[in-house]
Ligand binder design. Sequence first.
Ligand code: FAD
Length: 398
Amino acid sequence: MNYSSEYDIIVVGAGPGGSMAAKTAAENGSKVLLIERKKEIGAPVRCGEGIGLESLKGIDIEIPEKSYSFQIGGAKLVSPDIQNDIVVKTDQTKGYVLDRKVFDKDLAIQAGRAGAEIMVKSQVIELLKNENKIIGIKVETDDGIKEINSKIVIAMDGAESTIARMAGLNTTSDLYNSDTGYEYEMVNVSCDDLIEIYFSKEYAPRGYLWIFPKSKDVANVGVGVGGKEAPYAKEYLDKWINGPMKERFKNAQPVAIKGGLIPVGASREQLVADGFMVAGTAAHQVDPIHGGGIALAMKAGVLAGKIAAQAIKDNDYSKERLMEFQTKWNETEEKKLKKRLKLRKALEMLNDEDLNVVISSLDDEDIEKLLEGNFPPVVTKVLSKRPQLLKAIGGLIK
Ligand SMILES: Cc1cc2nc3c(=O)[nH]c(=O)nc-3n(C[C@H](O)[C@H](O)[C@H](O)COP(=O)(O)OP(=O)(O)OC[C@H]3O[C@@H](n4cnc5c(N)ncnc54)[C@H](O)[C@@H]3O)c2cc1C
């Protein structure tokens, strides 16, 4: 393949966010290079693959049938004692369990069709700088190490991002706001068209367990645990599968193991520098409650791609110009993420007994209100059943 030695915009990472950034920037007239370190975009998968239709609103993209495994009609939230559940079937909970191998590659194909050039099996190992300005990347490919110049680099290199740190941004992460996900894709698990979420401090401290159906008898079965419990994610999942869920999984067999990091502390504060932007999960643009980051990465990619392409037209790639990305993100999505971070922190203070009472006293309309960020009526209802939770969740009313 022949690549140029200079581009307007280089996007690092061809996850859903990077492909959307590359596609958007190319559609808006920029000369774009999208670089992915894996030899096949989309594989291996490290994701539960669930995505809500509501979360895709505002993103100008069609999801072809081949990109999803199963259509989801709603969500089931199950109490720690597995005695009670709430089934929510609203626009907020309808969606897909994707086939990310196909989905991610299809988004990259769409970026290519829009005019972006794509490099696979190529790892960005360094940023090129002129004083403090980012002026390109150094990339390791099968043909050797190359230096490629660009006016703007957009880092969309996922949860284990290294590129933003190279750009001099503050990328310190605390253990408390990092979840580790561990998941089996399993056959012989009977499923309805519902994603199932199980709360349990015993089996998923500071997190939850999930069953996301990929067909009537195949599902992603996983756990996300937070903070210092992270190294034990597999043990928690195995204990749950072989313990309280033994009957459900008695014939289940794994066909894949998937896992990885999920930052759940809301977005990083610094998203731009001279000639540089960081977006998607690399920027921690992930839902702090459920750890979903696919749709948010796509939204961030579109916004970053649009602003970068306009900056190219304006011939201004300064930090001040690119700050539009950070400001717009903070005014829109980040407001919601901060609210959901507050809810996550309140939920963390509940023990399994509290959660049993909470789930047995709420209904689907209450969950819809919570998902919309309308906490006061739900908190009031919970407190009428369990007043001792005032200290833990009373702050959500303010
Ligand atoms: C176990 C688990 C379950 C999850 N379940 C869900 C779920 O059900 N729903 C949901 O919405 N989200 C889920 N997530 C989160 C979701 O996977 C991410 O938020 C999403 O993939 C983020 O997209 P992205 O484009 O920002 O980054 P990624 O999809 O991570 O893509 C980043 C890309 O950058 C590439 N890359 C990294 N470094 C370099 C480099 N130096 N040079 C070149 N390429 C590089 C990587 O190979 C990768 O392809 C889950 C995560 C985990 C770990």
